[in-house]
Design a binder for this molecule. Structure first.
Ligand code: 3SL
Length: 241
């Protein structure tokens, strides 16, 4: 298995696709997606375009759908949900399909949607993602951070490092054997440095600070937990996990 980390969707090669692609948006899209599926959501369908989301979701009965939308960290007007995983209780999401569009996370998922295996990973479901990699043994794996509007983000990179670190611990691979690019080594170093204080790292991250200004401190706490949900969001058809 060769692992590649890309800090943003824009940095991924455009002329090839990996056997397995893992989109990461710890704050907060992939944390929300994992939470919805763990809470009994029927599926999650991702969109970059809000008008398209509305048009497709209109085809579903209102009691079977939920619309979640975030722009600039805030909820899209008229949607039931923003992008807080804490709002996704089983009472609300059970048996319903979530139609979601966020600023960066859904873009990362769409960038890799042609790969034969597309996963959504966050810290909260890291163990399930690692388990998949160990069982499936894909030859090439990309971990693609969502970043923020084309820029690096600490929280996605530390999650990439958490995944790589766990793969190393559970296999006999050396870092040089596992790493397909230098970003893997630096992501592991970031995780090794901060693994006991991920919330502290989020408080230093620019998007963490943006969310704190929006009074989302409980979201930061929730998303900084590791291995608490045994759920594997995996693409079933293009754009649907
Ligand atoms: O950019 C995204 O996709 C979002 O996850 C950002 S936010 O955390 O909802 O503000």
């Amino acid at each position: 298995m060769k692992l590649f980390v890309y800090h943003t969707p824009e940095l991924t090669p455009t002329d090839k696709a990996p056997e397995c692609a893992i989109a990461v948006d710890v704050l907060r899209a992939t944390s929300t997606i994992a939470t919805v599926l763990a809470a009994g959501g029927e599926a999650v369908q991702v969109f970059s375009d809000l008008d398209q989301l509305i048009a497709v979701s209109e085809q579903w009965p209102p009691e079977k759908r939920l619309r979640a939308g975030e722009r600039g960290g805030a909820k899209v007007a008229g949607f039931e949900l923003g992008n807080s995983p804490l709002d996704c209780t089983s009472e609300l999401v059970q048996g319903r399909r979530l139609f979601i569009s966020t600023t960066n996370g859904t873009r990362a998922l769409q960038r890799v949607q042609d790969s034969p295996n597309v996963l959504a990973a966050a810290l909260i479901n890291r163990a399930a993602v690692v388990q998949f990699l160990l069982e499936k043994q894909p030859q090439t794996v990309w971990i693609v951070g969502s970043g923020w509007e084309g820029s690096f983000s600490l929280e996605d990179t530390v999650c990439a490092g958490a995944i790589a670190h766990s793969v190393l611990q559970k296999t006999k691979l050396s870092p040089e054997e596992l790493a397909g690019n230098d970003e893997v080594i630096s992501a592991i170093a970031l995780y090794s440095q901060w693994q006991d204080n991920l919330l502290g790292l989020f408080h230093q991250a620019s998007h963490g600070q943006r969310l704190l200004r929006l009074e989302c401190q409980e979201d930061l706490k929730y998303c900084s937990q590791t291995d608490v949900l045994d759920v594997l969001p995996i693409q079933q058809e293009i754009g649907v996990l």
